[in-house]
Design a protein around this ligand. Structure first.
Ligand SMILES: [Zn+2]
Ligand SMILES: [Zn+2]
Length: 150
């Protein structure tokens, strides 16, 4: 499967191949602030399956290590990555994909921070923070990063 996406104005474009290794929705306050939305659905790819093909991202790190990239022209948040794990994954926000309807979200993270007026009846697993299964698939020790994606 091939994926394309980018920002609102089109200056930033990316391409990815294959199944994302994780798709989930984050309810943490930082993701809400950054996207301006009630929660943020992320799509994680392995770096060797992902490429930025056009444009230059501005970046902001709300917490050490996690870099959030946005379009310098239109301001759209596009994705994020951890400097220390840049070789393991890169995430884009689901809304930036051209064909987001093809995604199969798997879970919710930081569900403890979910807004009380959201009522999502998707039946997906909900993790208080970052699910152990995902950390294990990345070869990471969860004790090192309970703050994880926040
Ligand atoms: Zn743009
Ligand atoms: Zn978050």
């Amino acid at each position: 499967m091939e994926w394309t996406g980018g920002c609102l104005c089109g200056a930033v474009q990316y391409r990815a191949e294959g199944e994302p290794f994780d798709v989930g929705s984050c309810h943490c306050i930082n993701c809400r602030k950054m996207t301006g939305a009630a929660f943020a659905t992320f799509v994680a790819f392995r770096p060797d399956a992902f490429a930025w093909v056009q444009g230059e991202l501005g970046t902001f790190a709300a917490t050490p290590d996690l870099v959030r990239g946005f379009c310098r022209d239109c301001g759209s948040p596009v994705g994020c990555w951890r400097l220390s794990e840049k070789n393991l994954w890169i995430m884009v926000w689901a809304g930036t994909l051209d064909r987001a309807e093809r995604l199969q979200p798997r879970h919710h993270i930081f569900a403890k921070d979910e807004l009380p007026w959201l009522h999502l009846a998707d039946g997906l697993p909900r993790a208080e923070q970052f699910p152990e299964s995902v950390l294990e698939s990345l070869g990471l020790d969860s004790t090192l990063r309970n703050e994880a994606i926040r």
